[in-house]
Every structure is written in C-alpha cells, then in structure tokens.
Ligand binder design. Structure first.
Ligand code: MRU
Length: 364
C-alpha cells in the first residue's frame, strides 16, 4: 500500500488532509485562497516541516493567480488601470506581502521560509511573462517542490535504511512520516525503506504531548501499511531503553543549523540525552530543505510558543485547573554532540557537522 498524500492541488483548491481530525476521521480541508492556506498552517490542519513548505508554496501560487485574475488592482492603495512593466511591479509587490503573510504562520521550520523564498525568486525571474505567466510558473514550481520532496525522502530513506539493523526496534517521536511531507516521510521514510529492504523493523511511537502527533498520526500512518507499531507515552521512553527494548532512535527535524544543532518537536532533546545514556544511536532524518547554514548554531533558532489550551486540554477535555500558568514551547533544540548522524538526501552526515554539512550543502 502506498503512503498517504497529505497535500493535493486540483481545480483551484488545495486539499489538505486535516491532521487535527486523524485518526478519527480521514477528511480534507479545502483551501481556496492563500489566506485559507495560512490559517491551515497556523491551526495545524497541515503540519510537519516539509508539508508546511509545500502548502505555503501552493499558497503563493494561489495568491498570485488571484492577483493576476483581477482581485489585484482593486486592493486598497493599488492604483487601477496599470499595465505592462508597472503592473508587473505592483503585482510582485503585492505577492511579496502574500509571501510575508505565509511566513508569519509558524516560525521554527525553515522549510516554510525556504519554499516561500524559492517561489518569490521564480516570480522575479519570470517577470517578463507578466502576472498571468508568473502565476502559471508558480504552480509549476509548487508542484516541483512537492515532487522533489518525495524524491528527497526516498533518497534519504535509502541512505538511512543501511544504518538500521536487520532486526530492529526504532523509537520515533512526533510524526515525521508521509503526513508531514509530500508523501513518504523522513524518519518514517527510513523505516519504510528498511521494511522494503526486507528488514524486520518495528516502531515504538512516542505519543508526543501536547498535540499527540505520535499517537494520532504516526500510529495511524504505520498501521495503515501494516508496519508494526507500539504506542508509548513520552515518559516511557527511558524505561524502554533501560529494558533494552530500543535499538535505534530516528526522528525528523524542523531546522538544522550549520553546526548540526537540530530543532525538532518538543521532547526530542530529552530522547537524545536518554539515547546517549543508554549508548543508542540517535539519528536525525531530514531533506536538504531543512538545513539552514545561515545559522551558526541552534541558539539562533526561533522556538514557536503555542496556545496554553494545547497543554491544559487533551482534545476538548480540560485536564488542568482554570487559569493555571502554562508553558508551551512546540520545539526544542538537540545539541549536535548528541546526534550520531544526520541522514539526508545527499548522504549520511557524521561529525564534525560544521565541515561535513558545508561540504554537502554549502554550494546551493
Ligand atoms: O508541530 P509539528 O507537528 O509541525 O512538528 C513536526 C515535527 O516536529 C516533525 O518532527 C518535523 O517537522 C519533521 S517532519 C518530516
């Protein structure tokens, strides 16, 4: 069975599998405007670093089409009746604003910024085609970003599976699977590739509080394909390692700095510390689009702080006293020294990360 495809553009709409409703319901959110896409990213109907990059890319293309087909020049402050180069300049200025709106949705995953910037570069490069021609080029580019993501996932899956023993229990956190990407997965892409290579792999999935991506999404996604998965609460990981019931930890990433420091779902850092204590390999699996060589180290990564209700409730059920003070950082940064290797679509990167990441990704 093929992995799910969380993002599909058809007939002027971006259909996103609504990841807030899984596993109870498999339904889509239909986005008709770039603002719908921005809200879907903010509210986490679509989530996972590569997936939000792909969705935002389509958001830029949808915004461009709306601008090109008329909505544009009725915008307040934009003079009507402009044509030719002047119109294209106004169009590109308005499109820049759409890109900025999409970038304001979530701050941590670099894939979002990478995708929007790539779209804006295409828009500028295609300026001579005028607004409609630019919007056509942008839809092609968004599709290319989505297709390339799946191809990168498959490549990194092949590199990564070589690191997985023939019989192995892989502990993972959050959901770094098909749902979080264009449709194959990073950490779960490695698992899929290992299974395809005939290895006996089972997955231990951390539930991943507060939003339970492990319980709701990873457990669902793997079960759909018959890949053995056992769900645990986050607090059980140390015990499972102590009991020798884990062979390897593989997680995804939202942003990897030049020195290898890696932001991923809150709780990842704790797992890395536990893996070190128990002598277990701790791997990050991520495509090129997650690597941010502009940041020297993890201190520069902005950690998203989300709503208190995500912690004080599970689903709709309130589990904390009213008014209690809450902290809700959505990500943490695992220092490079705790990471055994970073599995990418260009190969497996080992320490020293500063030199080895630059050698593979420096000239992009
Ligand atoms: O808040 P989320 O669900 O968007 O966080 C997702 C993660 O932290 C994933 O591990 C990461 O984006 C990698 S997805 C291939």
């Amino acid at each position: 069975m093929e992995p799910v495809q969380p993002i599909q553009y058809k007939d002027g709409r971006l259909a996103l599998i609504d990841q807030r409703r899984l596993p109870l319901e498999l339904v889509t959110v239909e986005c008709e405007t770039y603002e719908d896409v921005a809200k879907a990213i903010e509210d986490m109907a679509v989530r996972g670093a590569p997936a939000i990059g792909i969705a935002a890319a389509y958001g830029v293309a949808m915004g461009a089409k709306a601008l090109a087909t008329g909505a544009t020049f009725s915008r307040p402050g934009v003079p009507g009746g402009t044509s030719g180069a002047a119109a294209t300049e106004l169009f590109l200025g308005a499109l820049e604003g759409i890109g900025e709106r999409l970038k304001r949705t979530r701050p941590t995953a670099v894939n979002l910024f990478w995708a929007v910037d790539r779209m804006m570069r295409v828009a500028t490069a295609q300026a001579s085609r005028g607004p409609m021609g630019i919007s056509v080029a942008l839809f092609e580019e968004a599709k290319a970003i989505a297709d390339e993501d799946v191809a990168m996932n498959r490549r990194l899956g092949d590199f990564g599976q070589a690191l997985v023993p023939d019989t192995a229990t892989v502990l993972t956190h959050c959901n770094a699977g098909a749902l979080a990407t264009g449709g194959f997965g990073t950490a779960l892409g490695v698992v899929r590739a290992a299974v395809a290579a005939g290895k006996q792999v089972q997955v231990l999935a951390d539930e991943t509080r507060p939003l339970l991506q492990g319980a709701r999404l990873t457990a669902w996604e793997l079960s759909q394909e018959g890949i053995p998965v056992t769900l645990i609460t986050d607090s059980m990981a140390g015990h499972m390692m102590q009991q020798k019931r884990v062979d390897v930890v593989i997680v995804g990433a939202d942003r990897i700095a030049a020195n290898g420091d890696t932001a991923n779902k809150i709780g990842t850092y704790s797992l890395a510390v536990l893996a070190k204590e128990h002598g277990l390999p701790f791997y990050i699996a991520a495509p090129s689009s997650t690597i941010d060589l502009s940041l020297a180290d993890g201190k520069g990564i902005v950690i998203e702080e989300r709503r208190a209700e995500e912690v004080t409730r599970i689903g709709q059920t309130v589990i904390a006293p009213p008014g209690v003070k809450v902290a809700n950082p959505a990500f943490d940064v695992t220092p490079a020294r705790l990471i055994t290797a970073i599995i990418t679509d260009r190969g497996v990167v080992k320490p020293p990360y500063h030199d080895n990441l630059r050698a593979l990704f420096g000239a992009r």
